[in-house]
Design a protein around this ligand. Structure first.
Ligand code: ADP
Ligand code: MG
Length: 694
């Protein structure tokens, strides 16, 4: 626990970060290492040797007995296998050792991680390789070393390696464009700030629900009397238990070097958000994984459970992960900063146009990047953002783009003041971009905010796609402009031409209105409502060409990755279906039968006494009819468990068209029963219990 409010005293204390390295490494080693992380140069083996010993000594001093290569397999979770530092000696004692080889490379048995058939089971070897750009850290008495995970033949099996490749792609493409403007920064990187939403629930109550336990979301549950209609939770006062939880989360994250910055209550009851200060995409991705782990772990300390699922409760807002994304140079220039006069800032306009073109050209792949079974409950359901990919540029940039398209000049409303009307408060300068909360992809002043990602997703996959598609359009721009003799004029013309050609992707209205669905269709924009609808686009020829051209995925990597993602959807639905059946058969049905019986008994007893109870008789009839319906619907879903043997994509369609409707039907009946069966008889906590328990 922190003694006072000084975060600097604990920040990064569990990280083998630069200050610790400077203190513990010989100067030459430190300088060589800095060059690697700042300029992307290859790391010398001798550096790794010195590094390994220094890391080990530091880890042991801080209580570690083990180290682990920490990687991110295609499950979207992280994986770790711990080895102790011990090394037996001649005299049958041990010494603590950690070699360069152990730091640089690991060889976990990879056969149990999804590979889409890439790695035949007889060739179970996978390799983990140290990512020096993401610092090692300490958790639970182990030294965690962030690593990539690849197969014996070099194909990637994880989310980090392609993210690093996509960073290389954007670096290369952006530098080509910048060179035309006479600039040559040593590196161009993408920055990401991921706002993480989550729900908290009382752990004891959560453990009483098989659905929450096994699938992370409620598969049953009638609407509570009070939902989020009152709008009283967003930015509301933090409850004591929640505040104590958040305080510990912050402290843990700071110790692990995560720039945790913002915390608040979200729109739904028991929903919250935590956001860090942005960092480079790779680090942001590692840190987001750490954040999700810490949220879970710390919740446990407070008898809470953290639900990271995209839609824990039906009828209540789901959780997303806003991915704030920008491109910047090693010289500190944000390439998406419009400046005071964006219409005259040709370099900005070109990068801006590149993003617009990328999102329009590859909206299908961008949609795939956020397609999961959990996220299907948000996108395409009546909740922001919609499944249709469109962009919102904000008032000022919309004006700029419109004027440029129409060939007019641009008016500026610089630094317009909003009067607060209160004497003692300073007037605040109005943001040049207003908010459109319904837009899936919004420009917010100096970055784009991709709002479609699901709360439980790794942001690795999302930023691989974002980086790659923008690298692709920047490459195309560089190809066109390479032989330009008047870059200012030619680049401006290219930007304007791009704005004209991609106007259809720009939309400032209400993203979840029915009119937009129609309008988007008229514009020829895709509306891929579910994962099985979206996923085939990933393996299209266009997609393969894109990833190959940018050196991010090979053809086989695209194909296997598509299958893995599809398989994950199918597995999720399969578990949900089975869990639902178990709850219906073993818990809900017996409760309904028992309650009906007790009401019926009362009716019989009254009849013996000659008392008329017509309403109770009607109730028994109603309960019986609904219970019969419940049993019919259980039978339908039970029948659906005979999943035909098809390829993963066709199987996905089966889940969408056959299983999901059967699950929804069963839920409707069960939820109706919940509202009339006595509370004491209902077998598990209700929405009101779960949402208002803390
Ligand atoms: P809001 O909820 O109002 O959108 P937050 O403050 O919750 O904003 O989160 C905004 C996120 O965007 C933070 O993680 C922040 O660090 C990040 N961010 C700010 N500037 C940039 C930038 N240039 N590039 C990437 N991310 C950025
Ligand atoms: Mg926020």
């Amino acid at each position: 626990m922190m003694k006072n409010g000084d975060v600097t005293a604990i920040f990064g204390e569990k990280v083998f970060n630069l200050p610790t390295m400077r203190e513990r490494l010989p100067e030459a080693t430190y300088e060589a290492f800095l060059k690697t992380i700042n300029e992307g140069t290859k790391l010398d083996y001798s550096v790794a040797e010195v590094m390994a010993t220094a890391m080990k000594d530091w880890a042991i001093e801080n209580g570690c007995t083990h180290y682990t290569h920490w990687f991110q397999p295609m499950t979207g979770l992280t994986a770790e296998k711990h080895d102790s530092f011990i090394q037996p000696t001649q005299d049958r004692t041990v010494i603590m050792e950690f070699s360069a080889k152990e730091l640089v490379m690991g060889e976990p048995d990879a056969s149990s991680f999804p590979s889409g058939g890439l790695r035949a089971t007889f060739e179970a070897r996978g390799y983990t390789a140290w990512d020096p750009t993401s610092f090692a850290f300490i958790k639970d008495h182990s030294l965690y070393i962030p690593t990539s995970f690849v197969s014996y033949t070099g194909e990637v099996l994880d989310k980090k390696t392609p993210l690093l490749r996509s960073e290389v792609a954007i670096d290369k493409a952006a530098k080509r464009v910048l060179k035309l403007f006479g600039k040559s920064p040593s590196r161009v990187v993408t920055y990401v700030g991921a706002e993480q939403e989550y729900f908290l629930v009382d752990k004891k109550l959560r453990n009483k629900r098989k659905d929450l336990l096994l699938t992370g979301r409620t598969l049953f549950g009638a609407k509570p009397a009070k939902g989020q209609e009152m709008d009283d939770h967003y930015f509301g006062q933090l409850k004591e238990r929640v505040a104590a939880f958040m305080k510990e989360v912050d402290e843990e994250l700071w110790k692990l070097g995560v720039f945790s910055k913002t915390k608040h209550n979200e729109a739904a009851p028991a929903q919250h958000e935590v956001a860090p200060v942005f960092s480079t995409a790779n680090i942001a991705s590692d840190h987001n994984q750490i954040t999700m782990e810490i949220l879970k772990k710390v919740a446990n300390h407070h008898d809470l459970y953290c639900l990271l699922h995209e839609k824990p409760y039906e009828g209540i807002n789901g959780s997303g992960k806003h991915n704030n994304w920008s491109i910047g140079t090693s010289d500190g220039e944000n390439l998406l900063k419009p400046g005071k006069k964006p219409a005259e800032n040709v370099q900005f306009l070109l990068f801006f146009a590149a993003v617009i073109k990328a999102v329009d050209d590859y909206s299908d792949i961008l949609r795939v990047s956020v397609a999961t079974a959990g996220n299907d409950h948000r996108l395409g359901a009546h909740e922001a953002p919609p499944a249709i990919v469109s962009m919102y540029l904000g008032d000022q940039l919309t004006e700029v783009v419109t004027q440029l398209i129409n060939g007019g000049g641009v008016k500026y409303e610089e630094g317009e003041l909003i009067e607060t009307g209160v004497e003692t408060l300073p007037d605040i300068e109005r943001d040049t971009t207003d908010r459109n909360r319904t837009s899936p992809f919004a420009f917010t002043g100096n970055r784009f905010e991709f709002r479609a990602p699901g709360s439980r997703q790794s942001i690795g996959g999302i930023n691989i796609v974002l980086n790659t598609i923008v690298a692709q359009t920047l490459t195309e721009f560089a190809d066109i402009l390479d032989c330009s003799r008047n870059i200012a004029k030619d680049a401006l013309e290219l930007a304007i031409k791009t704005f004209k050609e991609h106007q259809r992707i720009l939309f400032n209205g209400n993203g979840y209105s029915d009119e937009w669905v129609k309008e988007a269709e008229r514009r020829g924009l895709l509306n891929l409502e579910t994962t099985p609808d979206a996923m085939p686009y990933f393996k299209s020829e266009k997609s393969v060409k894109l990833f190959e051209a940018q050196g991010v995925f090979s053809r086989i990597e695209v194909e296997t990755r598509g299958e893995i993602m599809m398989q994950e959807y199918n597995n999720t639905l399969h578990f949900e279906m089975l869990t639902m059946l178990e709850m219906a058969n073993q818990e809900i049905l017996p409760a309904c039968l028992k309650y009906t019986k007790s009401v019926a008994k009362g009716v019989i007893a009254k009849k013996e006494l000659g008392i008329d109870a017509p309403n109770e008789i009607a109730m028994v009839q109603k309960l019986t009819a609904l219970t019969e319906e419940l049993m019919d619907r259980i039978a339908v879903l039970d029948n659906a468990t005979n999943v035909p043997e098809l390829d993963p994509y066709a199987t996905g369609m089966y889940y969408k068209n056959t299983v999901i409707p059967a699950m929804e039907a069963l839920r409707t009946t069960a939820d109706t029963l919940e509202t009339i069966v006595g509370k004491d008889y209902w077998p598990f906590p209700t929405y009101t219990d779960l949402l208002y328990s803390i």
